[in-house]
Design a protein around this ligand. Structure first.
Ligand code: NAD
Length: 473
């Protein structure tokens, strides 16, 4: 495939192979953009921002609605691309496509709701003769950098709101999963988006990242990815808006009065969705002592029953990790936890990119699987007896995206929800729930700002005040 730069599909002699992580087959290649390409993209983006700003609300909304329709019409093809280039099973990939359609259609709707308000300038002495308002203006050029684990919908979460708000966008999709993003770019153009408004540049973040993020023509960086890259980008961004959707290590508290059968089902899915490569995936589960044995036995049995393997097989529950290097890292982290005293209740082994769904207990707080983001199919169980202690444990790490609690007691639910330090608390479901229109984002090292169409639009626009001094005539 080619990349879309300055209104043209272009190729480069150096190409990056896109491989299926299940069998290592080469699916396609994409250009490895150069430093010169970055300058071309940045210069074109300024023209693009003028074109985008001149589009009427109706035109922006109509394009977004049509892209939603095109993605829906091509849902089989998009699902196959997601499943092949990434880690998701075909069933998981279909869900991502239908969420992407919602994201695009919601963007079309929200484009019509961008408005300001009148300002009561006479609130204080000196403003008596003034009348005015503010409106929300596009920031200009949004640089969207996206991760591999949701290669379509997380791209739509940036393109949809940015275009709804009247911005030009430079998209840098994940190096390992650029194909879904390129297909989506094509759909935008077919839907009638002026070609100057969107550019999709493929390449290595380490080569094209710095010149893109540090350039002053970019007025906002909307980044989703790991904490390490987020920190690197933040340090180089200079004076511009920054949205950071980063990683986590999500805690769940299962209290003694919970519906245990449902808690097991929900948390197993939340831990192993996309082979655990999920920013809101379940990583630590604090279970009340009275029900710990029952919960852990059922959890391990359900995890053991997972079918792992070929992503395109309808019967497969969990696919591979994105690369063998990542699978090997997770295997080493499990190994170090076991050496330090952890016990394996289920899984624990790896074959190539396939890591078994792994359940650990007695995990010391010093090891990576406890204190870092695993981003792989492992989960830790801990017995707890005291509610306050459970909340302290849940909050003990420097992450805070989603957290969850299972209980039938309203007071317990409210107490835990109030005490958890994070961007969202799920009650009676695992941390792995997101509505694409809700405010989504984290506290601490999990991020900065919020996504979720209307909230992204807020971040991707700036208020402009218009004030009249009414002269006596
Ligand atoms: P990553 O940080 O390795 O890469 C993310 C993107 O940043 C890729 O496009 C990559 O090429 C680019 N990049 C890397 N270094 C860069 C640099 N120096 N300058 C510019 N761009 C650079 O993340 P990943 O492995 O693709 O994704 C996994 C991470 O993403 C996990 O930590 C996960 O929690 C996080 N994530 C967060 C959310 C969220 O909404 N909070 C959603 C999905 C994934």
């Amino acid at each position: 495939m080619e990349m879309f730069v300055a209104g043209d599909w272009v190729d480069r002699s150096e190409r990056i192979e896109v491989r299926d992580p299940f069998d290592d087959a080469v699916l396609d290649t994409v250009p490895a953009a150069t430093y010169d390409d970055v300058e071309t993209v940045l210069a074109a983006s300024v023209d693009g921002s003028r074109v985008a700003r001149a589009m009427t609300t109706f035109e922006r909304s109509a394009v977004l609605g049509r892209v939603g329709d095109l993605v829906e019409e091509r849902s089989q093809s998009f699902a196959r691309t997601i499943a092949q280039e990434g880690s998701k099973t075909i069933r998981e990939a279909r869900k991502e496509v239908s969420r992407c359609v919602n994201t695009l259609r919601s963007s079309a709707e929200e484009a019509r709701r961008i408005c300001g308000e009148t300002i009561p300038f006479d609130s204080f002495p000196g403003g008596e003769q003034r009348k005015g308002y503010y409106e929300r203006m596009p920031v200009g050029v949004v640089l969207a950098i996206t991760p591999f684990n949701d290669p379509l919908n997380l791209v739509a979460h940036k393109l949809g709101p940015a275009i709804a708000a009247g911005n030009a966008v430079i998209l840098k999709p994940a190096t390992v999963t650029p194909l879904s993003a390129i297909e989506l770019t094509r759909a935008f153009l077919e839907a009638g988006l002026p070609p100057q408004v969107l550019q999709t540049i493929t390449g290595y973040g380490s080569v094209i990242g710095d010149p893109l993020v540090s350039d002053e023509r970019v007025r906002m960086i909307s980044f989703t990815g790991g904490v390490e890259a987020g920190r690197h980008i933040t340090a180089r961004a200079g004076i511009k808006k920054i949205g950071m959707e980063l990683g986590s290590n999500s805690p769940v508290i299962v209290w003694r009065d919970a519906d245990l059968e449902w808690a097991v089902e929900s948390c197993v899915s939340g831990a192993f969705w996309a082979a655990g490569q999920n920013c809101i995936g379940v990583q630590r589960i604090y279970v009340h002592r009275d029900v710990y044995d029952q919960f852990s036995a059922a959890f391990a049995a359900r995890s053991d029953s997972y079918r792992i393997g070929d992503k395109l097989d309808e019967a497969t529950d969990m696919g591979p990790m994105i690369t063998e290097a990542e699978a090997s890292r997770v295997e080493q982290w499990i190994g170090r936890a076991v050496e330090s005293g952890a016990t394996v209740l289920a899984g624990g082994d790896r074959s190539g990119t396939l890591v078994q769904p792994t359940v650990l207990e007695k995990v010391p707080s010093s090891v990576e699987v406890h204190c870092d983001e695993v981003f792989g199919p492992t989960v830790n169980l801990y017995p707890v007896g005291d509610l306050d202690k459970a909340i302290v444990e849940a909050n003990s790490l420097n992450f805070g995206l989603h957290a969850a609690v299972f209980t039938r007691d309203v007071d317990t639910a409210f107490k835990i929800a109030g005490g958890l330090e994070c961007g969202g608390v799920m009650i009676n479901d695992s941390t792995d729930y997101r509505l694409d229109t809700m405010p989504f984002g984290g506290v601490k090292n999990s991020g900065l700002g919020r996504e979720g169409i209307r909230f992204s639009i807020e971040e991707m626009t700036e208020p402009k005040v218009v004030c009249w001094l009414l002269r006596d005539v």
